[in-house]
Design a protein around this ligand. Structure first.
Ligand SMILES: NC(=O)CC[C@H](N)C(=O)O
Length: 404
């Protein structure tokens, strides 16, 4: 059976093509100007590692700025958040991607624009790593996000190096402010190799889903970075990933995302989906025109906006069975769904209502699908207090939801 999801992606692609062919292929890197402007691929990866793809999904292109969130993730993993924040900020610049966006203290404003990404590249690897070691760690790290070994497109890399005056100038500026750990030439060289890694839209979808699932690659199962690192990266993508169109993007699409000049675009919706798109024609901000349209449509049709309220808490109570005088006088509180703060709060309120009539209580968690740290602590505390008040409580927890 051909999946309806694949057919849906085909329909989204076709509707974006029907909208016209505006936008220009990037030409400031001469090799990029050679791209076929009509290429258009779209892919989606789910949390269990299923990848759906449509259109030119096998075509490989250079990752360019889509590498930035992943290099940032590696720097955070290798040096820690506080250390990385000493060198690169997290504020949206509102500037184009190649602007001189420095704070008064000399820190680049964020890691998603060139000046911040060059600085970030030099922070990958252990303290004291050589420029070559950082660059190889970036290649290997991005490969782990993709779940396959990524290679550099040497022609694009050489082409960008020859025209990298502006990036070189940015690197010298940061170096002059004491925020660049490598020699400017080495940092730009490594960053350019990072941008020249070849990917296709499936890779992007898997990489995006890895960020969206707390750092675990859904296909290989490898824990690439920690969940805490992913939270930081996704937050910066949400506020800075689409350059000076970031606000417009967040309100209309509502998915943490990153774009790049070769025409790639990726979106990471925490816990739900990773999206990869490729179409080389760019708008004035340097974002893929068709990629943006496709994401707008996916978000609208599938209700993917991050700020849309989920309906978890209201349905936490599956039912209460009151003690039956004829039987063994047991009371049951049956809970269901995902146990976050809001759901656990509703459950605690229900537990607080349990009358002190001596009937033993069963708290049934067999329909609870998962709990986070807060949900678990709150439920445990509720049970502890009931017992302290003299209730006889048994917790039915076949999946070990309350265990760490
Ligand atoms: N926006 C981009 O994709 C820019 C990346 C490109 N390598 C550059 O440094 O200019």
């Amino acid at each position: 059976m051909r999946s309806p999801v694949t057919e849906y992606l085909d329909a989204v692609r076709e509707s974006c093509i029907a909208d016209g062919d505006d936008g220009e292929v990037a030409s400031y890197i001469p090799e990029l100007a050679e791209a076929d402007p009509d290429l258009f691929g779209l892919a989606m990866c789910t949390i269990d590692g299923t990848v759906y793809a449509s259109g030119d999904a096998e075509h490989r292109f250079t990752i360019q700025s889509l590498s930035k969130p992943f290099a940032y993730a590696l720097a955070l993993a290798d040096r820690g958040r506080d250390e990385v924040l000493r060198f690169v900020g997290v504020e949206p610049s509102g500037d184009p991607f190649n602007e001189i966006s420095l704070e008064d203290n000399g820190r680049p404003r964020n890691p998603m624009i060139n000046i911040g990404a060059i600085t970030t590249h030099a922070l990958v690897g252990p303290e004291g790593a050589t420029a070559e070691e950082s660059t190889e760690r970036v290649r290997a790290g991005l490969s782990a996000f993709a779940g396959r070994q990524l290679e550099v497109d040497e022609a694009v890399c050489a082409s960008e190096r020859e025209t990298a005056d502006r990036n070189m100038a940015l690197a010298y500026l940061v170096r002059a402010r004491g925020k660049l750990q490598d020699e400017p030439h080495d940092a730009v060289d490594g960053y350019t190799r990072q941008c020249s890694l070849l990917v296709d839209v499936r890779d992007l979808a898997v990489m995006a889903m890895t960020l969206a699932s707390g750092g675990r690659n859904p296909v290989t199962g490898e824990q690439v970075v920690s969940a805490r690192v992913c939270t930081q990266v996704l937050s910066v993508m949400a506020t800075c990933g689409m350059y000076d169109a970031a606000g417009d993007w967040m309100t209309s699409v509502g998915i943490p995302a990153k774009s790049g000049v070769s025409g790639g675009l990726l979106g990471s919706l925490p816990g739900q989906v990773g999206i990869g798109a490729f179409s080389p024609r760019l708008d004035g901000f340097g974002n893929s025109v068709r990629g943006v349209r496709a994401c707008e449509r996916l978000s609208e049709d599938m209700g993917l906006h991050l700020m849309q309220a989920p309906e978890v808490a209201a349905h936490v109570l599956y039912g209460v069975v009151e003690p039956d005088d004829d039987a063994d006088r047991m009371r049951e509180v049956k809970l269901q769904g995902v146990m976050h703060f809001a759901a656990a709060e509703a459950a605690l309120r229900e537990l607080a209502e349990v009358p002190e009539d001596g009937a033993p209580l069963v708290v049934d968690l067999s329909r609870v699908s998962s709990a986070n740290g807060v949900g678990r602590r709150m439920l445990r505390e509720g049970v502890r207090r009931l017992r302290q008040d003299g209730h006889e409580v048994r917790v039915e927890d076949p999946d070990g939801i309350l265990e760490d």
